[in-house]
Design a protein around this ligand. Structure first.
Ligand SMILES: [Zn+2]
Length: 168
């Protein structure tokens, strides 16, 4: 439903104009060209409701439903990814004793490293870096999914604008 304003003509009849025609001109049935006033003047005229065509309403409804669906999917994806990130940060692998080592421990570590890859501290560190790599790739995946969800939300907003241009 849109609103049309009734523009009086000198012949006594009224020409229906819409806000988009403000500042332009229309031709009355009598043949006379009438200037359409600017919007602020137009809104003081008598107005009537004009129903949009059924097809137009159907198309707008379809876009509106699509944007609503995308909004739901986007919100689900984003909240799922955020929950996953929260979980990942809660379960972040703890560095082994070697990474927390104080400078005074350097000798101990050096002795440990001399034992080669079989030393328990060294193995700890290798495992730690491996699990940290795994953790980082899981976090990257969660971030990508979150960004994808934000993209879906943006698409929903764009479609919503297209469905109801008058409301934005
Ligand atoms: Zn006229």
């Amino acid at each position: 439903m849109t609103v049309a304003y009734l523009l009086p003509c000198s012949c006594g009849s009224e020409v229906s104009v819409e806000s988009a025609q403000a500042g332009g001109s229309v031709r009355c049935a009598c043949g006379k060209e009438i200037e359409v006033p600017p919007l602020r003047v137009m809104t003081t005229l008598r107005s009537v409701g004009v129903s949009t065509s059924d097809l137009e309403a159907d198309v707008q409804g379809a876009w509106r439903r699509t944007s609503l669906l995308l909004l739901l999917v986007g919100a689900l994806v984003v909240s799922g990814a955020l929950a996953r990130l929260a979980f990942l940060y809660a379960a972040q692998p703890a560095p082994p004793s070697l990474d927390r080592a104080k400078p005074a421990w350097t000798v101990v570590i050096w002795q440990e490293l001399r034992k080669g890859a079989e030393g328990p501290l060294f193995r700890d560190q290798v495992n730690y870096h491996k699990s940290l790599d795994d953790w980082e790739s899981r976090r990257t995946m969660a971030l990508i999914v979150a960004l994808g969800g934000v993209g879906v939300l943006l698409l929903a907003v764009i479609i919503r604008r297209r469905a109801c241009p008058a409301r934005f």
